[in-house]
Design a protein around this ligand. Structure first.
Ligand SMILES: NCc1[nH]cc(CCC(=O)O)c1CC(=O)O
Length: 292
């Protein structure tokens, strides 16, 4: 029996079930163990004020280290970049669409929102990139689950909210999307749309069970994105956007990485490419170029 720890939110439960079903299809028995995290217990305070990086994952990691569960399913973008002694990411399954989306009143797109329109987003990354478009719209901090945030639009409290497309896809709510934001305008959070299945580093049985869930292209892409973030020494709430993709080059597959860094005077954007088997070097190189 593999005990799978998950946060209690609807999205986390859906994501946990995706992994549980994949393991069951491989002939394994899986039991879901719901666990309360700081991020879920406190849905009001800004993320930065209640611990920042890791508020959604530390309780799951503690349960893993204590042997209360065998695997934890995280949204990769919520997982701190620093590795934790004794734990490893046993599998990164194929990624959902990594882009951000707009859910706006009256079916509006970003460009159709009037000047002064209020966009709800608690993420400095999203606010910095939207500000840099010079549309005259205003970003305001919001928190809470997908339902809460979409309701702010329905209640007229904001004109629009920005969310991860992957979350809406997994919740079956893509019909509410009014625009999918082009990464040319808004780069997603490093790791967005990908799941990380974490386990104990020495748990060979669980590592073997997780191996078939792994998608090597997703692993390469998100490793480059997360290395970019780690090198920029930014936490999950810092204004860093990143998106990597494996593309077919002249001499075979190569990894392309785009990065955006919010600074006082605007957003700096660069891209670079490198071999698929060294995403860490690519992430470091682009980070250093962004800092120059
Ligand atoms: N920050 C919370 C969070 N963590 C993961 C997702 C969505 C799913 C994903 O990106 O994999 C979301 C919601 C959002 O940003 O809209």
């Amino acid at each position: 029996m593999i005990r799978l720890g998950t946060r209690r939110s609807v999205l986390a439960t859906v994501q946990a079930n995706l992994v549980a079903d994949a393991l069951r299809a491989g002939g394994h028995e899986v039991e879901l163990v719901p666990i309360q995290t700081t991020g879920d217990a406190n849905k009001v305070a800004p993320v930065e004020q209640i611990g920042g990086t890791g508020i959604y994952v530390s309780a799951l990691r503690d349960a893993l280290l204590a042997g209360e569960i065998d695997i934890a399913v995280h949204s990769l973008k919520d997982l701190p970049t620093a590795p934790l002694d004794g734990l490893t990411i046993g599998a990164i399954p194929v990624r959902e669409d990594p882009r951000d989306v707009l859910v706006a009143r009256d079916g509006l797109t970003l460009g159709e929102l009037p000047r002064g329109a209020l966009i709800g987003t608690g993420a400095p990354r999203r606010a910095a990139q939207i500000d840099a478009l010079g549309l005259g719209v205003e970003c305001t901090g919001v928190r809470g689950n997908v339902d809460t945030r979409i309701n702010l639009v329905a209640e007229g409290k904001v004109d629009a909210v920005v969310l991860a497309r992957a979350g809406l896809a997994r919740l079956g709510r893509l019909a509410e999307v009014t625009e999918t934001l082009d990464p040319i305008q808004v780069l997603p959070s490093p790791g967005q749309g990908a799941l990380a299945v974490e386990c104990r580093s020495d748990d060979t049985d669980v590592l073997a069970a997780l191996a078939p869930l792994e998608d090597p292209s997703t692993r390469a892409a998100v490793t480059a994105e997360r290395q970019l973030l780690a090198t920029l020494e930014a936490g999950c709430t810092a204004p860093v956007g990143a998106l990597a993709e494996v593309v077919e080059g002249e001499d075979g597959p190569e990894l392309w990485l785009r990065g955006a860094l919010g600074q006082d005077d605007g957003v700096r954007r660069l891209s670079a490419n490198g071999p698929v088997d060294d995403p860490v070097a690519l992430g470091k190189r682009l980070a250093n170029e962004l800092l120059e």
